[in-house]
Design a binder for this molecule. Structure first.
Ligand code: DHB
Ligand code: FE
Length: 253
């Protein structure tokens, strides 16, 4: 897509979003009182800094599904609101703290023809045992629970991290996002997961997650992002839990 084509899409998409919302208001004969209640709820979302949480909860996976229409490699999955651009480079260990169980994350990255891809920069991030992501509060520096590593000449990387726990998507379950989840009959616990982002020139960037077989909440993920091909069984080697991943990158569009 050229820059001009991109800029022409923006007014079309924004116009259609407004039309779609107007359609809902008309369909339900929404009253001014109801409109103001929704308006106030959006104000509360903004005040509580939960706009990213709500948008990613309900819309991010839809974008991933659209991406999969033109991809043949590994599945794109929700980035969520907790990615940070400037995570530390790690060689073999991601720093963790608190009550955690070690996990070796080992991954082979290949192209669609099965050839290993070297020098793939991989961001890995996951929550601590309280469900918090580093870098989002003063006392939790971003060198913990996240890091960037690079595949070797065989397309491999291996780093030590820890097994994440399932946790509430929002630490404030009665906050403006939690009440929407409840209103719609959902529940707010995310299953155990690790986030990944794979970047290499010439290949389509891949943002995805890994889930763990047998874990809780796999069938009722509030984000709707759990797919069978993303669920992995842990192995054990020399008393250490191991997550073995095979990732396939699509060529750049
Ligand atoms: C969301 C996604 C996550 O992976 C997460 O840990 C928390 C929230 C989200 O989409 O809102
Ligand atoms: Fe997450």
């Amino acid at each position: 897509m050229t820059d001009q084509e991109k800029s022409q899409r923006t007014p079309l998409i924004v116009g259609d979003i407004i039309d779609a919302i107007r359609g809902v208001l008309r369909k339900h004969d929404v009253t001014f009182e109801e409109y103001r209640a929704g308006f106030m709820h959006l104000m509360q979302l903004a005040d509580a800094h939960e706009v990213p949480l709500l948008l990613d909860c309900y819309l991010n996976q839809t974008i991933c599904d659209i991406e999969m229409k033109t991809r043949q490699g590994s599945r794109s999955n929700v980035e969520g609101p907790y990615f940070l651009e400037d995570a530390p480079m790690v060689t073999d260990t991601i720093k963790v703290r608190g009550d955690t169980k070690p996990l070796l994350i080992r991954c082979r990255v290949k192209d669609l023809q099965g050839q290993p891809i070297p020098d793939v920069i991989t961001d890995i991030w996951f929550a601590d045992s309280n469900g918090d992501y580093s870098g989002y509060s003063e006392d939790f520096p971003k060198e913990y629970f996240r890091g960037k590593t690079t595949t070797d000449s065989d397309g491999l990387y291996a780093v030590m991290g820890s097994i994440p726990k399932e946790y509430p998507m929002t630490s404030n379950e009665h906050g403006p996002t939690g009440t929407i989840i409840e209103l719609l009959g959902g529940q707010g616990m995310r299953p155990q997961h690790i986030h990944f982002k794979y970047l290499k020139e010439g290949y389509a960037p891949l943002t995805t997650q890994t889930y763990f077989s047998g874990g809780a909440y796999l069938k009722e993920d509030p984000v709707g992002a759990v797919f069978d091909d993303l669920i992995h069984e842990l192995k054990e080697e020399d008393g250490v839990a191991v997550l073995d991943l095979n990732i396939v990158l699509d060529p750049a569009a």
